[in-house]
Design a protein around this ligand. Structure first.
Ligand code: ADP
Length: 502
């Protein structure tokens, strides 16, 4: 069954502008969108903050100037009252146009009747606005400062501050100071222009940089795609070229390469297995056909026909044994063989496998013996474990020359790593045969592997017995090992986890 893993998030969007086919475009789209949003928010925030800052600074300067003027007027009034009491004062002297501080500012002094009693030159024809509420706040409530903005005095709005002239409890005058917001507006305009030019420029540079960076990072993915497209079952030797840096893509390439290597290995195994299997089946078939053809073509005596038929039956038996073994292995590969998990006495299973071998050993004049037979219980399938022991004994008798000996032994050993555990069963089959050369030992359990193919085929072997033995051992959570010395003999040892005694 084919399983597809969908990528979350983006895959839910409709295809089209928002979900372009290339990852690079998708990333650029998201990156660009987020960047634009961030820049717009940042610019707006900067502009608002700047505006607030400039306005409050301008107001503070205006207020300070108005306060100073009010204090000066109060000082003049106080001076007049103490030095020349009763003498009227000319209010027009309250405002001086020569004062450097007054530059760019409009100043006017209002008396409690709302009359403009003093003013700077620029206000000769104009007046700073003052409403009733401001008059009330200034003269009666002594509320110190009022700000307002006048829009009709000139090209730019004028910010006006009104402060009272405080003489003890009395307020004889109000001082109004106005200043055009032109300076602030000009600064803000300049800031807006800078932001309007800077923001899109930063956006474009970052977008292009992002596009380039993403392209650079995804280049190895494109290369890998090209290589992956050219990999098929016949070209599994090809590998993806990982990027030079060890990043996510490098690790992906590494993981894919490992996967291709595993596929390569199993494809090769399958190929070799099919080739070997057909070869194995072909040999007895050719032999059957040859014998039958010879018998058909020549005039044979009845006992000769019988001999031919016997030989054909033998070859057929071999054929069906190979086919049975192949069937078993392919079912085992597909996990279709169900092994029983019943409690059993391995010593009984070993003895049952041992007995039929005695006849074979006697025929070959081989001494078959038991060195030890500890009672060992374990959980498993007695039929398959019997098959495992039979395979090992059969091989030992088969490959040991006449006069040799084969020894079976079963011992129970405690588990040194977990002393309270049930320990292991160690079953070994030792022979005094020709031994297996060390260069062959790693492959001895492979399917169809034979050390001396001509000789062992003559002896009836198909090269599947040890592979089946290993499968049985491993299916019982055990393992099988071999130790051999050329000219001295071979020992196969099976180690199986034991169960508690009944
Ligand atoms: P076969 O059916 O050919 O015996 P196996 O898988 O049982 O297949 O064994 C694989 C090969 O290992 C044999 O062909 C033989 O060359 C070698 N072999 C197995 N057991 C022994 C042994 N006891 N002594 C020497 N060689 C052995």
């Amino acid at each position: 069954m084919k399983e597809e893993v969908a990528l979350p998030a983006l895959s839910r969007l409709p295809r089209g502008f928002l979900r372009p086919r290339s990852l690079r475009a998708q990333l650029a789209l998201w990156h660009g969108g987020l960047l634009a949003l961030t820049l717009i928010l940042l610019s707006a925030f900067t502009y608002v903050l700047l505006r607030q800052f400039l306005n409050s600074r301008a107001d503070a300067a205006l207020e300070q100037y108005a306060e100073t003027t009010a204090k000066n007027i109060a000082a003049t009034l106080y001076h007049q009252q103490t030095l020349h009491p009763g003498q009227k004062i000319d209010p027009s002297q309250f405002v001086s146009n020569d004062d450097l501080q007054s530059w760019g500012r409009y100043v006017q002094v209002i008396d409690p009747y709302g009359a403009k009693v003093a003013y700077s030159d620029a206000l000769r024809t104009l007046s700073l606005p003052i409403d009733n509420e401001t008059m009330l706040r200034g003269f009666q409530q002594h509320r110190p400062v009022t700000f307002q903005t006048a829009y009709d005095l000139g090209e730019y709005p004028v910010r006006v501050v009104t402060v009272p002239v405080q003489m003890g409890d009395q307020v004889p005058y109000l001082v109004q100071v106005g200043a055009s917001v032109e300076g602030v507006e000009a600064a803000l305009q300049r800031a807006a222009v800078i932001l309007l030019v800077l923001t899109p420029s930063i956006f474009l540079i970052a977008l292009m940089g992002g596009w380039w960076l993403v392209g650079r990072s995804l280049k190895p993915v494109d290369d890998m795609t090209q290589t992956a497209l050219s990999i098929e079952s016949k070209r599994l030797d090809l590998r993806l070229v990982p990027p030079r840096t060890d990043n996510e893509i490098g690790r992906l390439a590494g993981a894919l390469n490992e996967m291709i290597a595993r596929l390569d290995k199993s494809f090769r195994q399958v190929e070799r297995f099919s080739a070997d299997a057909s070869h194995e089946l072909k040999t007895p078939l050719t032999s059957i056909r040859g014998e039958a053809e010879v018998a058909l073509m020549s005039d044979l005596k009845p006992e000769e026909y019988r001999a031919t038929l016997r030989s054909i039956v033998e070859e057929t038996e071999r054929l069906s044994s190979i086919v049975n073994n192949l069937l078993l292995l392919s079912r085992a590969d597909a996990d279709q063989v169900r092994l029983k998990q019943e409690p059993l006495a391995l010593d009984e299973v070993a003895l049952a496998a041992y007995e039929p071998m005695e006849r074979l050993a006697r025929r070959k004049n081989i001494e078959l013996d038991i060195a030890a037979m500890d009672p060992v219980c374990l959980r498993g399938d007695s039929l398959w474990l019997g098959q495992l022991i039979t395979n090992l004994l059969h091989n030992a008798i088969n490959y040991t020359p006449e006069g040799g000996s084969v020894v079976l032994s079963l011992t129970r050993v405690p588990d040194t790593e977990a002393p309270e555990g049930s320990g292991f069963a160690l079953l070994s089959v030792r022979d005094t045969g020709p031994g297996i050369p060390p260069e062959h030992l790693p492959y001895i359990f492979d399917r169809f592997y034979r050390v001396d193919s001509g000789r062992s085929r003559d002896q009836g072997g198909s090269g599947l017995g040890l592979n089946i033995a290993r499968w049985i051992a491993e299916s019982h959570s055990g393992q099988i090992t071999v130790a051999s010395e050329v000219g001295k003999g071979t020992t196969f040892t099976v180690r199986l986890p034991a169960a508690d005694e009944k």
